[in-house]
Write a protein that binds this ligand. Structure first.
Ligand code: NAD
Ligand code: UDP
Length: 313
């Protein structure tokens, strides 16, 4: 007897995970969402709570679990520096043991598995912009290492499960992504600056603000993840918006959009904060026919509207 495709989304109550769940449920597929609620919220999934095609499981991916599924979307891991540095040993366990457990499950039930990796595998890059062939420049002993090295070993595990056990793996290297459902206290730059601006507080700039990032709107990113899962590619594949901004310029745009009349506050640049980041997305473009479509201007407007509602303003 044939049955519907069953998706497992780890980290499904989080920012990206919940948008992915929305998209999969919209395709009328079955979705099992698994989360320990460290940075995720059940409220992100309220739309689906009474839907018979949706199941929510409170579970920590550092522990094994047995489920009959076809596609594993492995997103469980805190992504914001303040959250992943809160308990760095747990972050390393989540990356290593979590990915190990999900690869073991994929092997047992012959499911495809997609790993949400990161541009952080490039560390503080000496090559700009960053293609997938760049091996990176990562500190093994810094405060970001639990996350950066965690994702690097997670990628390694994926390829060893592919080579040794034939598991169908997909690795997405996600660059800074933003949008509705980021937590107000998330600490990442776009949510931080928008929340500060809406609360009429001065915007905090770390360092001089001349470090760069390239920001991708969440809808574009989710489309890329779905195209990757549906493709024959293993990756790694960069997914991000190559439009690059200095942090100070991002802050100026947000200040203008929110009519904030306050000077910036400059704070110490955190250790190992990468100076530049911009993806080469030729591979995603050629292999997945994927391109980000939403500009920073449009994405910021949507995100600001979300936070206006979220903060009851
Ligand atoms: P998020 O913090 O909103 O979501 C992570 C989710 O994983 C949360 O719901 C959290 O509760 C859950 N989680 C954490 N540890 C867990 C554990 N041990 N067991 C079960 N659940 C656990 O972050 P996000 O931005 O949605 O990121 C999702 C994934 O994408 C992460 O793997 C992250 O590394 C990756 N990523 C995100 C970005 C980005 O810019 N948003 C960039 C690169 C990579
Ligand atoms: N940043 C900043 N002010 C803030 C939060 C972040 O200037 O209030 C800077 C941070 O130092 C980094 C960039 O913005 O250079 C992006 O930070 P984020 O935490 O969003 O992501 P990541 O450093 O992991 O790319």
């Amino acid at each position: 007897m044939s049955r519907n495709t069953i998706n497992l989304v780890t980290g499904g109550a989080g920012f990206l995970g919940s948008h992915l769940v929305d998209k999969l449920m919209g395709k009328d597929e079955e979705v099992i969402c698994l989360d320990n609620y460290f940075t995720g919220r059940k409220s992100n999934l309220y739309n689906w709570m009474n839907n018979p095609k949706f199941e929510l499981i409170r579970h920590d991916v550092t522990k094994p679990i047995t489920l009959e599924v076809d596609k594993i979307w492995h997103l469980a891991c805190p992504a914001s520096p303040i959250h992943y540095q809160y308990n760095p040993i747990k972050t390393a366990k989540t990356s290593f043991l979590g990915t190990y457990n999900m690869l073991g499950l994929a092997k047992r039930v012959e499911a495809k598995i997609l790993l949400a990796s990161t541009s952080e595998v490039y560390g503080n890059p000496e090559i700009h912009p960053q293609p997938e062939t760049y091996f990176g420049n990562v500190n093994t002993i810094g405060i970001r290492s639990c996350y950066d090295e965690g994702k690097r070993i997670a990628e390694t595990l994926c390829f060893d499960y592919k080579r040794n056990h034939g598991v169908d793996i997909k690795i997405a290297r996600i660059f800074n992504t933003y949008g509705p459902r980021m937590l107000p206290n998330d600490g990442r730059v776009i949510s931080n600056l928008i929340v500060q601006a809406l609360l009429k507080r001065p915007l905090t700039i770390y360092g001089r603000g001349d470090q760069t990032r390239s920001f991708c709107y969440v809808d574009d990113l989710i489309n890329g993840l779905i195209k990757l899962m549906d493709s024959k590619e293993n990756g790694p594949i960069n997914l991000g918006n190559p439009e690059e901004f200095k942090i100070i310029d991002l802050a100026k745009i947000i200040r203008e959009k929110t009519n904030l009349d306050k000077e910036f506050i400059f704070k110490r640049l955190p250790m190992d904060d990468p100076m530049q980041r911009k993806p080469v997305i030729t591979k995603a473009n050629e292999k997945l026919d994927w391109n980000p479509l939403i500009s920073l201007d449009e994405g910021l407007n949507k995100t600001i509207s979300y936070f206006v509602e979220e903060l009851n303003l």
